[in-house]
Design a protein around this ligand. Structure first.
Ligand SMILES: Cc1cc2nc3c(=O)[nH]c(=O)nc-3n(C[C@H](O)[C@H](O)[C@H](O)COP(=O)(O)OP(=O)(O)OC[C@H]3O[C@@H](n4cnc5c(N)ncnc54)[C@H](O)[C@@H]3O)c2cc1C
Length: 251
């Protein structure tokens, strides 16, 4: 099947894009790696598609002593290749390199992934573990753990765009782990966990790909309770993956 007919706009500024997106049937398009298939399957039928690719500033990145800020349009490939600043220990590059395969990474963006809020998306889980903040065109700064409210749902309001993601630097002595289970390389994971032990060994354990928003825990004793609502086999696999991510962080 092919996409239903839509109008296309390519704004040059954030203000122009936000104004266009105030139209109820308008949708933003970043890399098109999730939206493209949804259009073709007619799961999304926007009257107007607003391409973000021409908007200056959304594909940049910057860093200071405390954090790195990655523009919403920075691709997974740019991060995997080290063309974006690293908050420490190569964490972002390693995660980006494991997303899908190169053709998807070349176009898919960190912002598109977060806004799409697929429960099995790598960035949704990892950025929650890293304590990252989503920055929006409305001037809001929202912790990623509060940004995704449910599967495919975020707190973005109509016309509001994600502009960047701010990732705090890993503190000296911090450790992290990231493990996911995929049936085939390049496929979405059916279980994943990301762990951050900060410099004082405080734990942020995030279990993803559960079908809902990521589960954030500060104590590994809570794993079994957190997974209690899942099918027993899925819960067992998730618990094994969570413990592997913890072991990786502690190794
Ligand atoms: C074959 C295949 C395998 C994949 N495997 C994985 C995988 O293993 N792990 C993984 O994490 N992902 C995977 N993906 C998804 C991929 O990472 C996409 O890049 C990502 O989900 C969406 O990013 P995008 O830039 O393509 O966004 P788009 O598809 O352009 O947009 C996605 C959604 O986000 C909205 N949006 C985009 N940008 C913004 C913004 N700045 N502000 C507000 N809303 C915005 C759009 O309106 C749309 O609703 C896979 C995709 C494919 C096709």
């Amino acid at each position: 099947m092919k996409a239903a007919a839509f109008d296309l706009a390519s704004p040059a500024t954030l203000a122009e894009a936000s104004a266009l997106l105030a139209e109820p049937t308008a949708m933003a398009m970043a890399g098109g790696q999730s939206l493209g298939p949804m259009l073709n399957l007619r799961l999304a039928r926007p009257g107007l598609l607003v391409r973000l690719a021409g908007i200056e500033g959304l594909a940049g990145a910057s860093e200071d002593a405390d954090a790195v800020t990655i523009g919403a349009l920075v691709t997974h490939a740019a991060i995997a290749d080290g063309r974006a600043p690293d908050p420490g220990q190569g964490v972002l590059a390693r995660v980006a390199d494991g997303i899908a395969y190169r053709a998807v990474r070349n176009r898919g963006t960190i912002g598109g992934s977060l806004c799409h809020a697929d429960p099995a998306a790598d960035w949704v889980t990892v950025l929650t573990a890293l304590g990252a903040t989503a920055l929006t065109s409305a001037g809001r700064a929202i912790l990623v753990e509060d940004f995704v409210t449910a599967a495919f749902r975020t707190v973005l309001r109509p016309g509001e765009l994600l502009t960047a993601v701010c990732v705090p630097r890993l503190r000296p002595g911090a450790r992290w782990g990231y493990v996911k289970a995929c049936r085939k390389p390049g496929e979405f994971a059916h279980a994943m966990a990301a762990v951050l032990l900060d410099g004082e060994m405080r734990l942020r354990l995030v279990i993803g790909a559960t079908g809902g928003r990521p589960i954030l825990l500060h104590d590994e004793a809570g794993i079994a309770d957190a997974l209690a609502g899942l099918d027993p086999v899925a819960a067992h696999i998730q618990a094994v993956i969570a413990r592997r991510a913890l072991a990786q962080a502690r190794a």
